[in-house]
Design a binder for this molecule. Structure first.
Ligand SMILES: [Fe+2]
Length: 286
């Protein structure tokens, strides 16, 4: 059992009158004293719905007890080398989690790595195999989709799903996703309401939605006059193609954009706002 899994509701504290009172009692007292408005579950707004042009708050980091090396052989820990898959098979209440990965400028991050791991229906982690562990990459629109089950509860924690999120070549965000309305959300010291999923139920299947915001700056956005007017043409082995967001370009590749030819300087997957005239670090006039 690691540090994050040893939260103890029975932790004792001493009150003003010298009586020993439990942490749970303190929390209950705090809840009783709180204004009604503070008792309503605060579901964070999805990043995609924030006001355009307003910088986004990065998704908070959430410790999971891992050492920096990530090397662990036992305990309910993250395990490296999970299989690449977006469906984590197993019995339980079906759950689909979807959302986007954005940068702080609300631009989608393509090819971002998301590595999920969670407890099974009985609250146990598979520390020998890779049950309920898997990684995937966002698509060209920055979207991910995880097909799994609702994780079971285990002592000391509220219901949660672990995840590591990383844009290509950027630092790893380690965090957790939570479920609204869980009784233990008020007693779990790791829990953060900013990490609550938006939940719904359809056809007996739970559906969660969460948009991650990585702490990386956005790229300049293009002006309307820079909007490509042509559809991508040609093939990967053909001549220059028209620049298009979502396309993976290798260093040396050539494209045309608004009638001008450009040569790719660094391999990357193009995003909206990364039009060749806007990002001289990626494109030079051919
Ligand atoms: Fe956990």
């Amino acid at each position: 059992m690691d540090a994050e899994h040893t939260g103890d509701e029975r932790e004792m504290e001493t009150g003003k009158d010298g009586k020993v009172i439990s942490r749970k009692t303190l929390l209950r007292a705090a809840v009783m004293a709180a204004p009604i408005s503070l008792l309503v579950p605060q579901i964070p707004a999805l990043a995609r719905n924030m006001a355009p042009g307003q910088p986004l708050e990065p998704t908070p980091y959430c410790s999971d007890g891992d050492p920096p090396t990530l090397a662990q052989t036992e305990g309910p820990y993250f395990k490296p080398n999970s299989p690449q898959r977006s469906t984590l098979p197993g019995s339980g209440t079906a759950l689909v989690v979807t959302g986007y990965v954005f940068n702080r400028a609300c631009q989608p991050v393509a090819n971002a790595l998301l590595d999920f791991w969670q407890a099974d229906n009985n609250g146990n982690y598979d520390n020998y195999g890779f049950t309920f562990r898997g990684h995937q990459f966002t698509n060209a629109q920055g979207q991910y989709r995880l097909v799994t089950i609702v994780p079971g509860l285990y002592p000391g924690r509220t219901r949660h799903i672990h995840v590591k999120v990383q844009a290509p070549g950027r630092p790893i965000l380690t965090t957790q996703l939570y479920f609204p309305g869980e009784p233990r959300n008020s007693t779990d010291t790791i829990y953060n309401p900013r990490l609550l999923m938006t939940m719904s139920t359809s056809g007996g299947q739970r559906q969660g939605t969460y948009d991650f915001v990585l702490n990386i700056a956005g790229q300049p956005t293009s002006s309307p006059t820079n909007t490509p007017t042509n559809s991508p043409t040609g093939g990967p082995t053909g001549g220059p193609t028209t620049w298009a967001a979502g396309t993976a370009y290798s260093a040396g590749a050539t494209v045309t954009y608004n009638g001008t030819s450009y040569r790719c300087l660094q391999s990357h997957t193009a995003l909206p706002g990364w039009e060749p005239p806007n990002v001289p670090a990626l494109w030079a006039r051919a």
